[in-house]
Design a protein around this ligand. Structure first.
Ligand code: SAM
Length: 260
């Protein structure tokens, strides 16, 4: 091991991509164009950063591990202009970074905090043009699930209420160092335009969906008692005898539009 070799840190979810074929497929999936405002979450050792820089010339990246940053800053100039933001992505204000021009978020995400990152990005959906993320396959299955499936849950509803979810391809554990214990997948997320989203109260949606899925084996009548009445469910055309996973996203939005 060379002296400056970085030892991957588990606490930062570091599984570095080394498979060039996969890197190329990810870059093709992103389809970067000159002028795109790309922001990478967790550039690590630059596996995605350098090819992206080569194709668009300039971009920004957010990295929490300060030990990785000097090397990124030293190596990047031969590919393009990289601005490294040393920060915890969960504290980054994407809307401020966009400064009026929607950003393209990309990243092989740290799996230990992938769900909080997704929810954080959702809060800034109007400042985001699209997102291309590597995640655990199991998480992508949940994001893309249809109602009626066992993978359909809170993550599905909250995401699909605001973004279009498009799984792209699978990535095996052997593509990373160290190899994670799980399969991974690339997913594309495209925020819906405001006119594509049925009017609703976001806080109410959050409350309803949390309650419904916290007891997913109960009927809505029981899981939502105290949150919404069986009569209100019926008035919205929703059978109170259904379970949370049987209810389409559009119906949750409709419930979240009812007066409380
Ligand atoms: N992009 C590199 C690759 O594909 O090889 C590294 C991916 S690795 C799975 C995740 C990266 O996210 C690491 O570089 C890690 O240090 C960084 N990271 C972890 N937690 C972070 C956080 N809260 N904010 C910003 N970066 C973070």
């Amino acid at each position: 091991m060379s002296r400056d070799q970085h030892i991957p840190r588990k606490r930062f979810g570091q599984n570095f991509l080394h498979d060039r074929g996969i890197v190329e497929r990810i870059i093709r999936g992103i389809n970067p164009r000159a002028g795109d405002q790309i922001i990478e979450i967790g550039p690590g050792q630059g596996a995605l950063t350098y090819p992206l820089l080569q194709s668009i010339g300039a971009m920004r990246a957010i990295e929490i591990d300060r030990d990785l940053i000097p090397r990124l800053r030293a190596h990047s100039p031969r590919y393009g202009q990289l601005e490294v933001i040393e920060a915890d992505v969960l504290r980054v204000d994407f809307t401020a970074l966009a400064a009026g021009t929607p950003i393209r978020l990309v990243g092989n995400l740290p799996y230990n905090i992938s769900t909080p990152i997704l929810f954080h990005a959702l809060e800034h959906a109007s400042a985001i043009r699209d997102m291309h993320f590597m995640l655990q396959k199991e998480v992508v299955d949940r994001m893309a699930a249809s109602h009626g499936s066992k993978d359909y849950g809170r993550l599905t509803v909250m995401l699909q209420a605001k973004v279009q979810v498009e799984p792209l391809f699978l990535v095996p554990p052997g593509s990373f160092t160290p190899a994670p214990k799980v399969d991974s997948a690339i997913v594309r997320l495209i925020p819906l335009a405001p006119e594509q989203i049925a009017p609703h109260d976001s806080q109410r949606l959050d409350e309803l969906v949390r309650a419904a899925f916290s007891q997913r084996r109960k009927t809505l009548r029981n899981a939502l008692s105290g949150v919404i009445s069986a009569e209100q469910l019926q008035s919205a055309g929703i059978d109170p005898g259904l379970r949370a996973e049987q209810v389409p996203v559009a119906d949750y939005l409709r419930l979240a539009a009812l007066p409380v």
